[in-house]
Design a protein around this ligand. Structure first.
Ligand SMILES: [Zn+2]
Length: 486
């Protein structure tokens, strides 16, 4: 995306001064105006900027010091050089009301901070259509995102356009998102509430804007976000444990956006986002999206279990994480991989990913079958990718003496059966929540080269409006993993 210009015209000195003052402060406080580059002449302010989502551009110092009355008109021009002030086109300026602000005059809205209800500045809306791929912006279509109201109640609704809050933030327009098996826990059990919470923690998109302190990223970059955000610089992050980042957090919590929407404000953007050397229309997007969570989670399971060329492996669970664990174990060199699962369409993909044996039986029968396949001993590594009590019990049943059980399925059980018997067998229990961010750079080249295709776990694609149906399909086990194309 090339920089574009916005020309703001003011005719009186006080108005010009107030706009200039707001811009000067914005350079410090907000990303948008960090690119307000110069004043072309006495009456015209020239930005070199990017509108949020191609929708709007703010003149804001956080206190609303510039007022609509200070601005006579504005136009967008671009892509063009910042100095082009001649022959500006007439702005699209039909006044209209907006849910989040107060329309003052043609196309200029005084905006309000949705949290503090204080004036946040001026939004210049109804831009001429100059951004790539669009001709005219329809201001009547505000941003949409997925909200969860309780068990079985997921809705796609209008939400505030994301804005930069901190200089370390970025705004990302979502190209692909998806539904995680862990999203099904609240979908199955969350108590009903009268307001919706943003949901979704896996997404890939295009940087639309960056705060003043964000390095290494610029608008137009295609990026993937891991399922937690992190600064990637603190002591935990440097140890490869970004899930414990001292300045990190979860998507969809407090005032942080969820990933199942049209755009997301990304905190700690420089540490969180990983730039991808592909275009917006790359056929690799599903596999690259898998780097957000599901594939690094399978990889983490295999890594913590010590999987290597001489390791025999049992993977418990034929869900998207289990299949990813098969692929990860194969990638790490394991030659014998026994997949425990009973859905033929899924275990078929497991075989494609590298499983050498499939065991459909469960419980004691399943344990017996795995032991038969391994001369009675079980396997060196057991990757538990379910999170339910029978699965962890099976894991201890099929692990070889001296072996390792790793669990990455979010445990829905309070205790692990690791007592005297497991002590006498020298069983190691490991695993946990995967620090996806630590693995992305390592896994990325194999996807770019086509050596692995973890995106094959997506077996259904829905538009944003159809996300509720996607949840139901995954809950009913009709879909393995649902890809979302906002
Ligand atoms: Zn950190």
């Amino acid at each position: 995306m090339k920089p574009s210009n916005v020309l703001v015209r003011t005719t009186d000195d006080p108005g010009r001064a107030r706009v200039a003052a707001a811009l000067a402060r914005c350079r410090v406080h907000a990303g948008h105006a960090a690119r307000a580059t110069r004043f072309a002449d006495e009456a015209t302010v020239v930005f070199q900027g990017y509108p949020i989502l191609g929708r709007s551009l703010y003149i804001s110092d956080g206190a609303g010091h510039a007022d609509a009355a200070d601005i006579d008109s504005y136009v967008t021009r671009g892509p063009a050089s910042p100095s082009s002030g001649a022959n500006p086109r007439t702005p699209t300026s039909s006044p209209r009301t907006s849910w989040w602000g107060e329309t003052c005059r043609g196309g200029i809205t005084r905006s309000w901070d949705s949290r503090t209800r204080s004036p946040a500045g001026l939004r210049l809306s109804a831009f001429d259509g100059w951004w790539p791929g669009k001709t005219t912006h329809d201001e009547s279509e505000p941003m949409k995102a997925t909200l969860i109201y309780g068990a079985g109640d997921v809705r796609v609704e209008t939400v505030p356009d994301p804005r930069l809050h901190e200089p370390t933030d970025a705004i990302v327009r979502v190209l692909r998102s998806c539904i995680c098996g862990s999203d099904l826990w609240p979908y199955g059990a969350k108590p009903a509430q009268d307001h919706g919470d943003r949901i979704g923690h896996e997404f890939l998109g295009v940087v639309e804007d960056v705060g003043a302190d964000v390095t290494g990223l610029e608008p137009g970059d295609v990026v993937v976000a891991p399922f937690v955000w992190a600064d990637n610089t603190c002591d935990f992050c440097r140890e490869g444990l970004q899930t414990s980042c001292r300045h990190g957090g979860q998507w969809g919590s407090a005032d942080v956006d969820g990933g199942q929407g049209e755009a997301v404000r990304v905190p700690q953007a420089a540490g969180t986002l990983v730039k991808l050397p592909v275009g917006e229309d790359s056929a690799l997007l599903p596999s690259l999206l898998s780097l957000s969570d599901v594939f690094p989670t399978g990889h983490h399971c295999a890594v913590t279990a010590g999987v290597g060329p001489r390791t025999t492996v049992t993977v418990i669970g034929d869900g998207a994480v289990g299949l990813s664990a098969v692929l990860a174990a194969r990638r790490l060199g394991a030659e014998r991989i026994i997949l425990m699962g009973r859905h033929a369409s899924r275990t078929d993909l497991g075989r494609e990913f590298g499983a050498t044996d499939v065991v459909a039986e469960r419980g004691d029968e399943g344990i017996e079958r795995v032991r038969e396949l391994t001369g009675g001993d079980g396997t060196h590594a057991v990757l538990e990718c379910v999170g339910l009590e029978p699965a962890i019990e099976t894991a201890f049943g099929v692990v070889r003496d001296g072996g390792t059980v790793s669990r990455v399925g979010a445990p829905q059980y309070p205790d692990v059966p690791a007592g005297v018997r497991e002590f006498l067998r020298n069983i190691t229990l490991t695993g946990g929540v995967a620090p996806a961010r630590a693995y992305i750079e390592d896994l990325l080249p194999d996807i770019l080269d086509g050596r692995i295709e973890p995106g094959k776990v997506f077996d259904r694609t829905v538009a944003l409006d159809d996300v509720p149906g996607g949840y139901q399909a995954m809950a009913d086990r009709e879909a393995l993993k649902v890809l979302i194309r906002p």
